[in-house]
Design a protein around this ligand. Sequence first.
Ligand SMILES: [Zn+2]
Ligand SMILES: [Zn+2]
Length: 1010
Amino acid sequence: MFEPLPQYPDHLGLEEEILAWWDAERVFDRLREQNRGAPPFSFLDGPITANNPMGAHHCWGRTLKDVFQRYKALRGFDQRYQNGFDCQGLWVEVGVERSLGLNSKREIEEYGLAEFAERCKERVAEYAEVITQQSRRLGMWMDWDNDYYTFSDTNIEYIWRFLKECHERGWLYLGHRSVEWCPRCGTSLSQHELMNSYAELSHPSLYVRFPLKGRKGEALVVWTTTPWTLPANVAAALKPDAEYGLTEDGGWWAVALKPDTPFSERVRGEELVGLEYEAPFESLPAQQGVVHRVIPWDDVDLTEGTGIVHIAPGCGAEDFELSRVHDLPVLTPIDEAGRFYKDYGEFEGRSTEEVEGPIVVELERRGLLVEATSAVHRYPICWRCATPLVFRIADDWMISADEIRQPMLDANATVEWTPDFYSKRMDDWLRNMGDWNISRRRYFGLPLPFYPCVSCGTLTVIGSLDELRERATGGFDQLEELHRPWIDEVPISCECGAEVRRVTEVGDAWLDAGIVPFSTLGWQNPEWKEHGYATGAAAGLTGADLPDHAYWEKWFPAHWVSEMREQIRLWFYSQCFMSVTLTGESPYRAVLTYEKLLDENGREMHRSWGNAIDAAEALQNIGADVIRFMFCDHVQSQNMKFGYGPAAEIRRRLLTYWNSVKFFVDYANIEGFRPGTEVPAEVQPLDRWLLERTEQLVAEITEQYERYWTRGVIRAFDSFVDDLSNWYIRRSRKRFWNGDQVALWTLWHALVRSVQVIGPVMPFLAEHLWRNLVAPLEGAPGSVFLAPWPEARERDEKLLAEVAEVRRVVELGRQARGDIKLRQPLRRLVVQGTGPSQKYVAEIAEELRVKEVEFGPIEVSELRVKPNLPVLGPKLGKELGPVRAALQAGEFEELEDGGFRVNGHDLSSDEVLVERTGREGWALAADEKLTVAVTTELDDELRLEGRVLDLIHRLNTMRKEAGLALTDRISVTLPQSDADLLAHKAWIKEEVLATEIRADGDTEVRITKV
Ligand SMILES: [Zn+2]
Ligand SMILES: [Zn+2]
C-alpha cells in the first residue's frame, strides 16, 4: 500500500516532517560519507553578513547554492559545504550602534571600544544562529558547525599577508585626496561602495554674487547647491573660450545660459581670468591670507548654472584637482563628523545642513543673494546608514590597481559566467576600477597592520601574528584577539629602533570576504590544525579546521560560486584582486549571478515602505519548496517580483504534478500494485512513449543543471508534467480503471524519475514522494538524496517527435474549436502540414472529439493579406497604394516560401500580415507549421452525443460529490424528457460504472449506490 495522498499537498506540514526525518536519519551526513573521497566539486560560499535575520532576497542565492550542491552530490561529487559569515566592519558596527542607541563616533568611544567589540561579537553570534535556523528551514544543507567567520584571527592574519605582499610590491600608499565621506559613520567610502547608492534629495539652489575687485558694481554670479562649501571658497572658475556677458544689474553670466538677456558688455572668458573678487565669507579666520581669483577651467558646464563655478578644493574632488593645477590653498571646513572647525566663526560645531540657513541669511543681508530656491537632484548617500555624503580631504590607505588590472582581466577571461554577458560587466568594472581605498576610520574591523615610523619614515607592514610577536615592544599579553582596542596596545620596534604604533584605521570589509579562498582552505599552511580556523573572535562559534596546503591545492580554485550581480564590484572583485595578487589565478571557474528582488508590484522592497518580506515570514507562509521553485523558475538575469500572489500561482502550477501522483497512488492502492524493478514485457505504444519521454526529461534536466540554468530545469519539468498528465494519464484512464499493471508500472516509473530530477529544486516534496513511492520497496535507498542520479540512455527521437506533433495538432484543434466545448462532437477535421503524426488518426479524433480526420491542403480557409506598413511602406513608396488595393481585392498569388506575388512585386512573408479565417461552417487555427480546421455545423446525431457526454460528466461529478469510491457501482434515474439518451445506454453505463439506467424520473437526475 502506498500512503494515500490528500487532495492538496500540505507543503508546510510535510516540510517540517522531512526536516525532522533528515535529522533523525542523519541523511545529510550519510550523503557526505557516501561521496567522501570521490572527485571534488568545489563550491565557495560568499559570506552572509551576520547582522540581521534573513530577508526574502537572501533565500534567492541560498536556494541556488543549495540546488547545485544537491545536484552535484547526487552526481557523486565530494563537497565541502562550508557556510560563511561576514562579521566585522560597518554593517555590524552600525547595527550595534542602533541597538545601543549610539549615534556618533564620539559616543562609541565614550561607551568604550572593548565593550563595543563585545557587543559586536554578541550580535554576530546571535544572528549567525538565526540565519542558520532560517537556512535549514529553507532546506539548505551545509556543514553548519564548521562555518567560517571573517573576524577570526586566522582570517585576519591571511589578510595581513596579502597586505604585506601589496606593500612589498610597492602598491600600498597613503592617498591625500578629496573623498566621499559619511559624516555619521565618520569615514570615507571606496568606489565600490558608491555605486547605486543614491537618493533624490532636495537642496538649496543659490545664485550668489562675488563682487569683482576694482570694477565697481560688477560681480561674478555663481550657482551652488551646496551652500556649506561657500565659507571654504578660494577661487571662481570659468570656461576660457566661452562668451560671458554683463547684465544690467552688473552680474557676469555665460551668455549661453541667459540667451534672451540684453548684455551691456560681452567678452570671452579668458579676458576675465586673473581678476580678483571678494569671497562671501573672506572675513572668517580660516580665510585669512587667501587671494580669491578667477581661474580658467575647460570643463565648466554650460548647460546649467551660470557658467561660473565656485571652487572649494576642500569640499570636492574636481575642486581638489584644480587646486593642484593652479596652486590654490585647500581649506578643509569640516571634521570627521561633518562639523565645522573652530576657525569658521559662527559656523563652528555645526553640521553642513545646520549652516545652510545662516549662510542664506548672511548672503541676503549683504545683498549678495540673487536668487534662492531649492532643487531636487540625485545625490550620493551612505549605503550603510543612508546619510547624504560630503566631500572631505582625507588621508586614506590605498592599494594601487595599475599593475593588477591587466592580470585581473586575463584571469576573468578564464571564468565562465552565467548568463555570459556578465563577463563583460566584470571586465567593464575592472577596466574602470580606481585604486582600492582599504581604510575605514572605525572600530570593529580588520586592524590594518601598518606601522609608520615618524623618526625614519619607514612603513612596516606586519604579515602575521608571529611577526607581530617578534616585533612587539609590549602589550602582547593583553592581546585577546586581533581587534581594537587590544591591538592598539601593541607597539612594535621599527628597524631604526624607534617604537612605532599602529595606524588606527581598520580595513574595508571586502578584504575580509575576499581572502576566504585562502584563509578557509589553508593556503601555504604547513600542517593541518584541528579547529585551527576558530581563532580570536571566532573561537567558540565554530569548529572549523585550518587545513593544510595540500587541501588548498585540492579545492582551489572553486568550481563554482553564486552571488547577486552587484557582487561584481564587491566580492567577485575583492576575491579576484586578492587571488590574482597571491597566485595569478582567478579564485573561481564559473559564476552564476542573479538580479534584484522586488515586491510583487515591481517596487523595490524596503522595510520602511512596509513591503519587505522577511525570510521567516515567507518560509512560514509559503513554504520552502514553493519559494525555491519560484526562484528556480526565474530568469536569473532579470529582477524578480516576489510575493504571496506569485507564490499562490506556483502552488497552483504544482497541483498538476501532485494530482498525477495522487492519481497513481489511488489506482495502485485499489489494485494492490507493487512495482517491480524490471520494465514489463508487454508495454503498449503509449507506455513506450512515456518511457522514452521520461528518458528525455532526465537528459534535458541534466543538461540544464550542468549549465547552472534553473529556468531550463523548470521548463523541462513543466513540459514533462504536462505530457504526463494531459497525454499519458488522460489517454490511459480506461486502463487504470481496469487495473492495467503495465500502465501502473509505467506511470510509477515516470513519477519516480521526475521526483529524482526535481529533488534539488524541491527537496522536501521530492523526499516526501520518494518516501511514499520508492523507499518502502526492498533494497531501495531510504532517501531520494541517497539514490544515484539516473543516467539517461539513447532515446527513440522519432517516436518523441511524432507524439510532440500529435500534441501540437490537438492543441491547435482545441484552439480552432474556440467556444465549442469539447464534450460536443464535431464532424470533420482537416490538418495541413503534418509529418509523422498521420498514423495517430484515432488519437487525434478521440482527443478532439471529431468523427473524421483528414490530412491534406486546407481549402476551407479564407486568406486575407494586408501590407505590413512599417516594412513595406519605405520599400514600395508610391507603389504601396496599388499593392494595397490588389491585396484587398484578393488579386494575389501565394508563393511556395510563404510569400505573395502581387502587382508584379514578390513580397516576403514578413512584409505582409496574413490572416486565415475559416469559411462559413469551419473554424481554424494555425502555428508556423501546422494548420487545423474543424467543421462547426451540428446535426441531430452530433447534438445527441453531445448531450450524452454532458450527462456522463454530470454523473461523474455527482459520484464525486456523493463521496463514492472509484469502484462503487450506481443506478441512474433520468427525467422522462431525457429518454432519447437511452439510445446510448451501454456507453453511459460503462463510463459511470452504472448497473442500470432508467428514464422514468421527474425533472432531476438521480444516482443511488448499489
Ligand atoms: Zn554612514
Ligand atoms: Zn623608523
